[in-house]
Design a protein. Structure first.
Length: 255
């Protein structure tokens, strides 16, 4: 299909900012999904979601690689969570046909408000990296968290990265930097699970996906650079801003 240069430029800019936000705390879908639906309103939703996932997975993979080079990755937690997230993300996507997604909006809104309030009032939350679990307990909790978040991402999606970071800090004792690094690995897994459905069924726009992916990678490069340079304090501030934006969006959509 032929798309005007101006529309491709808008999508590239949106994808760049989405890559930046995603690489730090997740939530890039707040920018990228509305942009692609607005610019290409005549395309099938599945095609737009597939294109979005392809663009996102490149930026997220780049961020994950950059974090892994500079941060001691908590693989004992991250890999089981990623495997469970991959499997359950696919199940979540299959469940869209028989579960009403709108029933989740009020519940997700209150969860976001709780996460933001907890993070804001506990000034030391996520400041120090003190992993709390090991061995079988770590493995079991990682499967539980990864499975739950993976299902949510496949079924609904918005705020997946932010929820992951909060859970890694709250239940595993990570600081915000390590939580963000671990979240990228899990996000790659959930994106790949979605792509495994969208691409074989032809639900994507190759040229648009390539342009958006390139911009997304550049945005993720800038975001990870700032996160690694400024540490957990910077990630915490961006986290609160993004969760605040998610609360406003969910509140608007719900009420």
């Amino acid at each position: 299909m032929d798309i005007e240069f101006s529309k491709l430029a808008v999508l590239a800019v949106a994808s760049l900012f989405a890559g930046f936000i995603d690489s730090v705390v997740g939530g890039g879908g707040l920018i990228q999904i509305p942009a692609i639906f607005s610019v290409l309103p005549r395309e099938l939703p599945a095609t737009l979601f597939g294109t979005n996932k392809i663009a996102s997975v490149f930026g997220t993979s780049n961020a994950a690689w950059r974090y892994a080079r500079r941060v001691a990755m908590p693989w004992g937690t991250t890999l089981p969570a990623a495997l469970a997230a991959f499997a359950c993300s696919y199940l979540g996507a299959m469940s869209v046909a028989w579960l009403p997604r709108e029933m989740l909006r009020p519940m997700i809104l209150f969860m976001l408000i709780g996460a933001a309030a907890y993070t804001f009032w506990r000034k030391d939350f996520g400041a120090i990296h003190r992993p709390q679990h090991a061995g079988r307990q770590e493995f079991a909790y990682a499967l539980l968290v990864g499975g739950a978040i993976g299902f949510y991402d496949g079924f609904f999606g918005p705020g997946t990265g932010s929820f992951l970071i909060f859970l890694f800090v709250r239940f595993f004792g990570f600081d915000f930097l390590h939580a963000s690094a671990a979240a990228k690995i899990v996000n790659v897994a959930t994106n790949l699970a979605a792509i495994a459905y969208f691409v074989p069924n032809g639900y994507y726009l190759p040229v648009v996906a390539l342009i958006m992916a390139s911009a997304n990678v550049f945005g993720s490069f800038v975001g990870t650079h700032l996160a690694l340079r400024h540490g957990s304090g910077f990630v915490r501030k961006v986290f609160l801003v993004v969760v605040g934006a998610l609360i406003l969006k969910f509140g608007w959509d719900t009420f």
